[in-house]
Design a protein around this ligand. Structure first.
Ligand SMILES: [Mn+2]
Length: 324
C-alpha cells in the first residue's frame, strides 16, 4: 500500500495527545457540510464512548438543515456553551482559522489545538496538524484516527463518519473514491449504518419551496460556452419567496454544474448580510481552488468557494478574467 495504507500515516503525537486527554472538543467550519458535521460528531461520539468528556460545535449561525436530523447530536453544544480550557480541541475540515467563525477564540483556549483536514490550502493554525489533501474526506482521516486510538465506533459514530464520506465523495462518485474509501464504508456499514436512510435524508428530501428556488436559479443560468463556464445566481429574495433557508440550498451547485458544454460552474448566493458566497466546480481540467484564492477563498481542485463583498457583476467579471 501507499502512504494511505489503512491509516498508517496518522501522526503519533496526535494519537498520544487524544489518548491522554480527559476532555475532548471538536469544531467544524461555519455552515458545516456533511463532512465537517460528520467529522466533529464522529470524533466526539467515539470520545464519549471511550469515557472522555466530549463536546462538538461550530460557529454561528448555529443552525442545521433538517436533512441532518438522523444524526446523533447529543455531543453538539451551541458555540457559547463550548467549554474553555479543554485538554484537546480538534478543528476538523476547516481550511483556515477564519473558517471557525465565532468559535475560533474558544477553540484556542484548549491546552492543545489540533488541526485535522484534507484541504490542500490549509496552512495550519494549531499546535499540531495533520493535513492530507489525498484524503477523500476529513471523516476518512477521523476514522483512521479512531482506529489508532482504539476508541469504539458504534452505530451513531459510524453514521456520522459515513455522512462525511458519502457527501464529500459525491456519493462515491468523485476520483477521490479509492478502494480504501469503499473499505472504510464497508466497515461503517458493518457497524450498523442504515445507508438507505442516510441517502434518503441527505439526497432525496427537501422542503417543497425548494422547487421554486431550483426553478428560479436554473431558469436564470447562463452558459458562456467560449470560456467553458456555466453560472447562476441565488438571490436572497428567492429564499423569502419560497420560504426556505439558506442551509437548504447546498445541493443547488450540483444542478448548475451539469451543463455538458461547461468545464467550470459557478453559483453565486446573495446573503442577507450583503455579501456574496460563491461556489465553484470543475470537471477536472481547471483548478477552481486557484480561482477561489483570487477572492481569498479556497477548497479543492474540483470544488471550492469564496466570500465576496461586491456585486454579482463584479464577482463574475473576476471569475471570467481568471478563466480567459
Ligand atoms: Mn471535507
Amino acid at each position: 500500500m501507499t502512504a494511505h495504507g489503512w491509516g498508517l500515516d496518522v501522526p503519533n503525537e496526535i494519537v498520544h495527545e487524544l489518548a491522554a486527554a480527559t476532555s475532548v472538543g471538536a469544531v467544524g467550519h461555519v455552515g458545516p457540510d456533511g463532512d465537517a458535521l460528520g467529522s466533529i460528531l464522529g470524533l466526539t461520539l467515539a470520545a464519549r464512548a471511550a469515557g472522555k468528556q466530549a463536546y462538538a460545535t461550530f460557529g454561528e449561525p448555529f443552525t442545521l438543515t433538517e436533512n441532518f436530523d438522523y444524526l446523533d447530536r447529543s455531543t453538539l453544544v451551541a458555540p457559547g456553551e463550548f467549554p474553555e480550557g479543554l485538554d484537546v480541541v480538534v478543528a476538523c475540515d476547516t481550511a483556515a482559522r477564519s473558517r471557525l467563525g465565532s468559535v475560533a477564540d474558544r477553540a484556542e483556549t484548549a491546552k492543545r489545538l489540533i488541526v485535522v483536514d484534507h484541504h490542500r490550502s490549509n496552512g495550519g493554525f494549531g499546535d499540531l496538524e495533520w493535513i492530507d489533501p489525498e484524503a477523500a474526506a476529513t471523516a476518512q482521516m477521523i476514522f483512521h484516527l479512531l482506529r489508532r486510538l482504539e476508541w469504539p465506533i458504534d452505530r451513531p459514530a459510524a453514521t456520522a463518519l459515513y455522512t462525511g464520506i458519502i457527501t464529500d465523495t459525491g456519493r462515491f462518485q468523485y476520483s477521490s473514491t479509492t478502494p480504501e474509501v469503499h473499505h472504510i464504508a464497508a466497515e461503517l456499514l458493518a457497524a450498523g449504518v442504515r445507508q438507505d436512510l442516510v441517502a434518503e435524508k441527505l439526497f432525496e428530501e427537501a422542503p417543497f419551496g425548494y422547487y421554486r428556488v431550483v426553478s428560479n436559479v436554473m431558469g436564470r443560468a447562463v452558459l458562456e460556452a467560449e470560456i467553458g463556464l456555466v453560472w447562476s445566481v441565488l438571490y436572497h429574495a428567492d429564499l423569502e419567496e419560497a420560504g426556505i433557508r439558506y442551509e437548504d440550498t447546498d445541493g443547488l451547485i450540483d444542478l448548475v454544474r451539469i451543463a455538458r458544454e461547461a468545464g467550470v460552474a459557478c453559483l453565486l448566493k446573495e446573503r442577507d448580510s450583503g455579501l456574496i458566497k460563491g461556489s465553484l466546480r470543475s470537471r477536472g481540467r481547471i483548478d477552481v481552488a486557484a480561482i477561489a484564492a483570487i477572492f481569498g477563498g479556497g477548497g479543492h481542485h474540483n470544488a471550492a468557494g469564496f466570500t465576496f463583498a461586491g456585486t454579482v457583476d463584479e464577482a463574475m467579471a473576476k471569475v471570467r478574467a481568471a478563466l480567459s
